[in-house]
Ligand binder design. Structure first.
Ligand SMILES: O=c1[nH]c(=O)c2nc[nH]c2[nH]1
Ligand SMILES: [Zn+2]
Length: 464
């Protein structure tokens, strides 16, 4: 169960930055946001001061007040739409592998070791802390095939207050003997057991929810995929899987499913493409496949760091956005080499520029667009667009407090760099400060994080 925490009614004062559309960032200086005891935003005031707020909202006179000092700003919590918590110890370990040999060399041995619950406890609690410290307030997690360890990951997220979709991984074929589901019946029973457990610890699904997780088409027989589609339907659960990440993988899918029209068709036939489905990668999807995904209302998790690290390719995100697909960002640890969605924003921007070198300048993603994918786009991918992703009355307070380094006139750092890598000299506009953060900020700049009004991470610079 979640540690019971009473949240004081709080007024947050300072600069607020969020995306109002794919291409527009709103920067409100001298703002005030009132968050009630349930973590719901009750008012948003622009260009104001505390006295005026108290005059306008007299029943908030006793509310706690948090002033954001210096040159920082509040930003919505990041949403990681695809990552693998058990692969955290392998972060940065991929050598020159590509997907299929990477799985055999690094991934399966690490995931298999999660039969040991104390190991799972160490790695999962570390990874949840790590992602929170980077401002990730919601995460769609792959766990492993093990029910106890998967349930433990859900326990940890609930206890720490991070919103999470937690999935027991299904893989009944083409996987090592030491790490696979032994039958379709046992795979479905184990997934059902994990779904039931996660719903028992958080019946409202406010913080943790289950997600049906076929690893990817080559790891599951078509009967297993169909049984998982049926399970998702019966339990009204979310679904996550990988699709069209790598060319060798696509060739394998063609060989394993000769009667299917395409990779997308394999999932469609199994009933796995729904409005609650998250498809990671999609680098090599044909136009027809993209249209089927759109027609089914399924969503795309763009994982650019992973796509580059294991040399899968550069996903055509501009084309996806132009045709109206819903897209968010995923760190895809440990194909991806960082747990940070801020890093993923940069990688999405770089990848779009590599596409632009062939496709023309329209392919480029702007800073604003990357931030949109990291927040509102991600919220839509995980089905929480009415609750999180921006600062509006009625939304929940999932936010990070960003503080940047301040260079004092004539001052020297004297060896102190704990305020992060971004130096602000004082003449920068608020928009400049956001850009400096996106291109060179890191977790040292994320000094506090809230989920549904609860403080879930803080550093020494919060309130110093
Ligand atoms: O990026 C990936 N990570 C994985 O663990 C995986 N399994 C199948 N396909 C995958 N792709
Ligand atoms: Zn993945």
């Amino acid at each position: 169960m979640a540690a019971s925490s009473s949240i004081p009614k709080t007024i947050y004062l300072g600069t607020f930055v969020h995306c109002v559309s794919l291409s527009d960032l709103e920067i409100g200086e001298n703002g005030a946001i009132g968050v009630d005891e349930n973590g719901i935003i009750r008012f948003v005031e622009k260009d104001t001061e505390l006295g005026h707020v108290h005059e306008k909202h007299p029943d908030w006179n006793n509310a706690e007040v948090i002033h954001l000092k210096g040159n920082g700003f509040y930003f919505p919590g990041f949403i990681d739409t695809h990552t693998h918590a058990p692969q955290h110890p392998n972060t940065g370990l991929f050598g020159k592998t590509t997907l299929l040999d990477w799985l055999d060399t690094y991934t399966f041995p690490m995931e298999a070791s999660f039969s040991d619950l104390s190991r799972a406890q160490t790695i999962y609690s570390n990874f949840v802390s790590r992602t929170l410290s980077h401002g990730t307030t919601t995460c769609a997690y792959y766990a492993t095939v093990h029910v106890p360890a998967t349930n433990l990951l859900a326990d940890i997220c609930l206890q720490r207050g991070q919103r999470a979709l937690v999935g027991r991984v299904c893989m009944n074929t083409m996987s090592p003997e030491y790490y696979r589901d032994q039958s379709i019946d046992s795979a479905i029973a184990d997934s059902k057991a994990s779904i039931d457990y996660i719903r028992s610890i958080d019946p409202t699904g406010d913080i943790v929810k289950p997600i049906v997780t076929p690893r990817f088409a080559p790891s599951c027989t078509s009967d297993c995929l169909s049984a998982l589609g049926q399970l998702a339907k019966e339990t009204e659960a979310h679904i996550q899987t990988h699709i069209s990440e790598n060319k060798n993988e696509n060739a394998l899918v063609k060989e394993l499913f000769p009667d299917s029209k395409s990779y997308t068709d394999v999932y469609d036939t199994a009933g796995l493409l729904t409005p609650k489905t998250i498809l990671a990668h999609g680098v090599h999807l044909s136009q027809e496949e993209r249209q089927v995904i759109k027609d089914r209302g399924a969503k795309i998790s763009h994982c650019p760091a992973s796509n580059t690290a294991i040399t899968s390719g550069c996903a055509p995100i501009r084309e996806f956005l132009d045709m109206g697909l819903t897209v968010g960002l995923g760190t895809d640890v440990s194909g991806g080499f960082s747990p940070s969605i801020l890093e993923e924003c940069r990688q999405a921007i770089w990848t779009s520029r590599f596409r632009a070198m062939h496709d023309g300048d329209e392919a480029k993603l702007s800073t604003q667009e990357a931030l949109y994918l990291a927040t509102r786009g991600g919220a839509a991918v995980v089905g929480m667009e009415d609750r999180v992703g921006g600062f509006e009355v009625g939304k929940e307070w999932d936010a990070q407090m960003i503080r940047l380094g301040e260079v004092k006139e004539g001052g020297d750092r004297e060896g102190r760099f704990d305020d992060g890598p971004v130096d602000v000299f004082g003449w920068e506009s608020a928009e400049d400060r956001v850009n400096k953060w996106v291109y060179s900020g890191d977790d040292r700049n994320c000094v506090a994080v809230w989920v549904k009004g609860r403080l879930v991470h803080r550093t020494a610079r919060f309130r110093d």
